[in-house]
Write a protein that binds this ligand. Structure first.
Ligand SMILES: *Cc1c(COP(=O)(O)O)cnc(C)c1O
Length: 467
């Protein structure tokens, strides 16, 4: 087995993929039965040459790889992969350090320490906050809410790590009803239960109403409470008025958790950071690396002001492990034991971009979102549903049927999205917002440029002309 030929041919496959990305269809062109037929080789008794494994892998996935790492992908909230991060990720696998302890990967532990400091600085979070590098925002929620659970119940003299939740005072979560589904799953995993999540009313701007929050908190004063606030609504990118809401929550001793999966990154831009005024006073924040920062999957970050609660919720001591007194052992802060040295890709991304580069990435993608919304929104048959505040906007498409109903417009919107995707020119996804089907316009990729934006607008225009 020669590493030389294996890695050289992999490099050639990689370059071939990246160089063709600009012109290749951005959608999947292979149907499911084909992918199954190509990939589902009988489990062999004997292995095979590694270079051949990779060659066949590349051939077998043909048509089943979406153009998410290119500039014409605007579906969901999907980031790309910075060049330094791609290379760093290769090295991470080359080194293959179990990133649980300083002792099991000293440089990786220090890289994560540095990432924590840099990320807090970029995001404007308190430097004393503890942090964890996890697989994504979902696990960041779990990490943060586990710390919240510990801290809130400790105030009731309840050691949740020892006693569990049986017999504990119930924890309530209050939030606006637009929250992301990842919260519901964290709440399930942590045994808080979704019946203990309460929707509060939201005003026309999509913000949690301060009076509604105060009334609810007053009514349940003294009970362990988490207030969940959104930094970047999934459909609209709306931010809650943190400077108003967080002090109210704190007046009643509530823990404030921020879902900032992508939106928290607006804090890294001098132009947009005013949208996050006061967010630094929360108790915990969950944010993704693999979306707007353009670190490859899997990468998310949790930040927690109460480092004691964070550590109490996560740490573990075992006689066979070598804990370090001075260095930072990652497993004191993460839900995982062994895990990938995922700090390396974050470290490389931040170094490649610098503070200015991160700010430019945020501002550029916001500008392209606006251009897409304006360009698509002025096409005949299109209607702008949400003007972007950051990198998320919404449009819908109106059926030309005589006496078309909202159901017809909904159907037509879904048809347009499907046909744009089918064209392979650009990828968008749909959503239901305020009862209407809409096409989401979400720009997160560092690669997106003016040509991509033009190409996407033209693709929508061609579909609308054909109706
Ligand atoms: C994507 C997203 C999440 C979940 O993040 P993962 O990294 O996919 O686990 C949570 N909240 C919001 C607002 C999101 O956009």
């Amino acid at each position: 087995m020669s590493y030389q030929s294996l890695l050289e041919s992999t490099l050639a496959h990689t370059l071939n993929y990246i160089e063709n990305l600009e012109n290749a269809p951005v959608n999947a062109t292979a149907p499911l039965p084909d992918l199954r037929q190509h990939l589902n080789h009988p489990l062999a008794d004997d292995g095979m040459d590694a270079t051949q494994v990779i060659d066949e892998l590349v051939a077998d996935v043909q048509g089943g790889i979406l153009g998410t790492s290119g500039g014409r992908f605007f579906g969901w909230v999907v980031g790309g992969c910075m060049p330094a991060a791609l290379a760093a990720d290769w090295l991470t696998s080359t080194w293959d350090q179990p990133a649980a302890l300083y002792a099991s990967g000293p440089a990786i532990a220090v890289i994560e320490e540095v990432c924590g400091q840099w990320l807090k600085e970029l995001l404007g979070l308190p430097q004393h906050a503890s942090f964890a590098l996890v697989t994504g925002c979902s696990m960041a929620h779990v990490t943060c809410l586990a710390a919240a659970r510990n801290a809130l119940l400790a105030k009731h003299n309840w050691d949740v790590e020892r006693k569990g939740l049986n017999g504990a005072p119930p924890i309530r979560i209050m939030s606006n009803n637009q929250r992301h589904g990842s919260i519901a799953r964290s709440v399930r995993l942590l045994g808080i239960g979704n019946d203990n999540v309460f929707d509060l009313s939201v005003n026309e701007q999509g913000h949690l109403d301060p009076e509604a929050l105060r009334n609810e908190l007053r009514e349940h004063a003294g009970k362990p409470t988490i207030v969940l606030l959104q930094a970047g609504d999934i459909n609209t990118g709306v931010f809650e008025p943190f400077d108003k809401l967080i002090p109210i929550a704190h007046d009643y001793g509530a823990w404030v958790h921020i879902d900032g999966a992508f939106g928290l990154w607006a804090a890294a831009s001098p132009k947009y950071k005013h949208l996050l005024n006061g967010v630094e006073h929360a108790n915990s924040w969950a944010v993704d690396g693999h979306k707007w920062l353009n670190v490859p999957y899997d990468c998310g970050y949790a930040f927690i002001t109460d480092s004691r609660a964070h550590q109490a919720a996560m740490s573990h001591r075992a006689s066979y492990l070598t804990h370090d007194a001075v260095a930072r052992d990652q497993m004191d802060w993460t839900p995982e034991w062994s895990h990938r040295g995922r700090g390396v890709a974050t470290y490389a991304t931040i170094r490649q971009l610098g503070k200015r580069g991160v700010a430019e990435l945020i501002e550029r993608t916001c500008r392209y979102t606006q251009q897409l919304i304006t360009g698509i929104g002025t096409l005949p048959g299109a209607e702008v549903m949400w003007e972007p505040i950051i990198n998320q906007g919404l449009v819908r498409f109106l059926s030309s049927k005589p006496d078309a109903t909202d159901a017809d417009h909904d159907q037509f919107t879904d048809d347009v999205i499907a046909r744009v995707v089918e064209s392979g020119e650009a990828f968008f996804s749909g959503t239901t917002w305020q009862g209407r089907r809409c096409m989401r316009v979400s720009v997160c990729n560092w690669k997106t440029n003016e040509t991509d934006v033009e190409c996407a607008i033209n693709a929508v225009q061609r579909v609308l002309k054909k109706r």
